[in-house]
Design a binder for this molecule. Structure first.
Ligand code: GLN
Length: 213
């Protein structure tokens, strides 16, 4: 049951070779859909400020920074072991990012970002996959509470205070969570501009913009 990526200590994501270990979720191909959407939607203006919430191995943040050397990326995680690994990945790839230990927005309070991205924990606590394929990966990176939506509640509640006017928020979500995530976002003042499927044809990414005040 041990994920191959933990045995090898590496996984490829968006053409980057990343170090991975039991402190982080193994980067998954469906998350590349989020990276592609972010790159398409990010303003071409240099110096865009991007925040990755719950960066884990750093996969999303590193992929974005590799494709756009002009952007200013902050990646946060609540787990020191995950951050240590993400920092090592950045150093090995010679990519400059800011890494902060943070419970969602706590360490970036008062800052504003042009784009927030996140692949948060979104599996419902009672999901039977926790006894099978997901058993070896960190529960904190996967378990989204009773309905799997707890992380979205936190991320969305804080988003208006962390986005620039017209700023964007892009999240990965579970195959059956699109409508629920869009409804939560609407209640937080975010307009859904795109809802994307992953390469397996499953609902996977939602793209929002902060409604003008
Ligand atoms: N896509 C992952 C899985 O079920 C879940 C990742 C997450 O919770 N962010 O395998």
């Amino acid at each position: 049951g041990e994920p191959l990526a933990y045995i090898l200590g590496r996984r490829e994501f968006y053409s980057l070779s990343l170090g991975v270990g039991p402190a982080v979720l193994v980067p998954r191909p469906e998350t590349e859909t989020l990276v592609e959407a972010a790159l398409e939607r990010l303003s071409a203006q240099p110096g865009q400020r991007v925040l990755d919430l719950g960066t884990g191995s750093g996969a999303i943040a590193l992929a974005l920074r590799r494709e756009r050397s002009d952007i200013d990326v902050t990646a946060v995680d609540i787990e020191p072991d995950a951050l240590a690994l993400a920092r090592r990945n950045a150093a090995a790839l010679d990519l400059e990012l800011r890494f902060l230990e943070s419970d969602w927005y706590a360490a970036v309070a008062g800052e504003r970002f042009d784009m927030i991205v996140s692949n948060p924990p979104y599996v419902a606590s009672s999901d039977r996959h926790f006894d099978g394929p997901l058993a070896r990966e960190p529960r904190i990176a996967l378990d989204g509470g009773p309905d799997g939506l707890d992380a979205y509640r936190s991320i969305l509640a804080g988003s208006a205070g962390a986005l620039t006017p017209g700023g964007q928020l892009l999240v990965e979500h579970g195959y059956d969570q699109r409508e629920a995530v869009i409804a939560l976002a609407d209640a937080s003042g975010l307009v859904c501009e795109a809802a994307l499927d992953d390469l397996a044809g499953l609902a996977r990414v939602a793209c929002f913009r902060l409604r003008a005040a």
